[in-house]
Write a protein that binds this ligand. Structure first.
Ligand code: ADP
Ligand code: MG
Length: 396
């Protein structure tokens, strides 16, 4: 992937427009309850500020109606927190589309919620042109919205004099490129979580690329059903068994495989305190009772997968392999997480619940890269071109 980078630009005195992802959660009183995204966006803002640029930062927040900006849509709390983090005044500019007052070199302002501007979501070219005219350098640092073609993520990149990636965006693209464009082999993907339907295109796309495709969770249940195993009352999508078989065949045609669980953890209730048992799965035998649910992979399966991961050159991980929220069913996911953490291979992990699992087991520091992307990360794994990234590449 070729794109321009903020750190390579001559910034002194330049008007720099940063599209960041400052979509922080707010509590009922409108205070920021978690400022992780804001802090993740600081390197770009600091780089521009310290380089002597006149810095404008914008983001979406929540889901406002275009043309209306209610109090709860306002980036005011974000501007206040940013001022604290930068130890410098940060003004909030409303109605910025009609012009931003001249800023001093090194000054930072926040431009009000970009999704309040009519035309933002439709990627209106007139809006994009007007925004581009506010700056000398456009910076996209919002990987989390890279899968959306909106005026601040896509349109503006075509019209701004220079369009480049901020450090957070660049780190994402470097990590994803390293994992999927030219990976060290063997390349192992873990695609797990609750449903095949939400990840079918990822499974199909990765089946053409990876050396091993590990499935887990409800997805593994569907794959087990697809090869004729009894899965009792487990979460599975029985209308997608053909699709699961196609994924297995795609891998097989390339001499690769989809290892399926050889043992599982079973319970009759979906609850933290449910009684459970470990069962071996033998093809052709009923190993799971009709009223039992598979809620985790068993220890033998987990150990075998851990070995595969420890000798992997590259690992891409999305989705917990069991109901890791309940301690009784978290061992499989923990074993996988620790195996990835201790493997010498390069790893990239993403997905809301995957990140929660990584945090629960305290292995965040040992992951090669943790994607902040959510939906954008998943679409990248699907092999879809992400509009915001395409726009940056076109301006490289
Ligand atoms: P991510 O957010 O990382 O992409 P998903 O949303 O696809 O992951 O899936 C995560 C959810 O899947 C978790 O809440 C977990 O409890 C659930 N899950 C995992 N394995 C099973 C299983 N065997 N049965 C039911 N739910 C499962
Ligand atoms: Mg999820």
């Amino acid at each position: 992937m070729r794109f321009k980078r903020l750190e390579d630009q001559d910034l002194a005195g330049k008007r720099v427009f940063i599209r960041a992802d400052l979509n922080v959660p707010l509590d009922q009183r409108g205070a920021i309850s978690d400022d992780t995204r804001l802090r993740a966006s600081l390197p770009a803002i600091r780089l521009a500020k310290e380089g002597g640029a006149r810095v404008m930062v914008t983001s979406h927040l929540g889901r406002p109606e275009e043309g209306v900006c209610r109090e709860e849509d306002s980036l005011a709390p974000v501007a206040r927190r940013l001022a604290e983090l930068l130890a410098a005044p940060v003004a909030l500019i409303k109605d910025w589309i009609h012009g931003v007052p001249e800023l001093q070199p090194g000054q930072v302002v926040v431009l009000e919620n970009c999704r309040c501007n009519p035309g933002e979501k439709k990627n209106d070219p007139d809006l994009a042109k007007r925004m581009a005219s506010l700056c000398d350098i456009y910076v996209n640092d919002a990987f989390g919205t890279a899968h959306r073609a909106e005026a601040t993520t896509h349109g503006i990149a075509a019209f701004a004099p220079i369009a480049c990636a901020g450090p957070l965006m660049a780190a994402e693209l470097d990590a994803l490129g390293r994992a999927l464009a030219a990976p060290a082999r063997p390349l192992v993907a873990i695609v797990a979580g609750s449903k095949v339907s939400t990840k079918l295109s990822i499974l199909q796309s990765l089946a053409h690329k990876v050396d091993r495709l590990i499935v887990g969770g409800g997805i593994a249940n569907s794959f087990l059903a697809a090869v004729g195993s009894d899965i009792g009352a487990s979460l599975a999508e029985r209308d997608l068994l053909d699709e699961a078989r196609t994924v297995i065949e795609t891998m097989r045609a390339r001499g690769a495989e989809v290892p399926l669980p050889v043992d599982v953890v079973l319970a009759k209730r979906f609850a933290a305190d449910a009684e459970y048992r470990i069962a071996e799965l033998h093809p052709g035998e009923v190993c799971v009772e009709a009223d039992e649910m598979i809620l985790d992979i068993g220890p033998r399966t987990a150990r075998a997968l851990a070995q595969t991961l420890e000798s992997a050159g590259t690992m891409v991980w999305n989705g917990p392999v069991g109901v890791f929220e309940f301690d009784a069913f978290s061992a499989g996911t923990e074993t996988i997480a620790r195996a990835i953490a201790s493997s010498k291979g390069f790893s990239i992990a993403g997905g809301g619940d995957t990140l929660a699992a990584i945090a629960k087991f305290g292995v965040a520091d040992q992951m090669g890269y943790i994607s902040t992307g959510g939906g954008a990360f998943l679409e990248f794994l699907e092999g879809k071109p992400l509009p915001a990234i395409t726009a940056l590449m076109e301006r490289s």
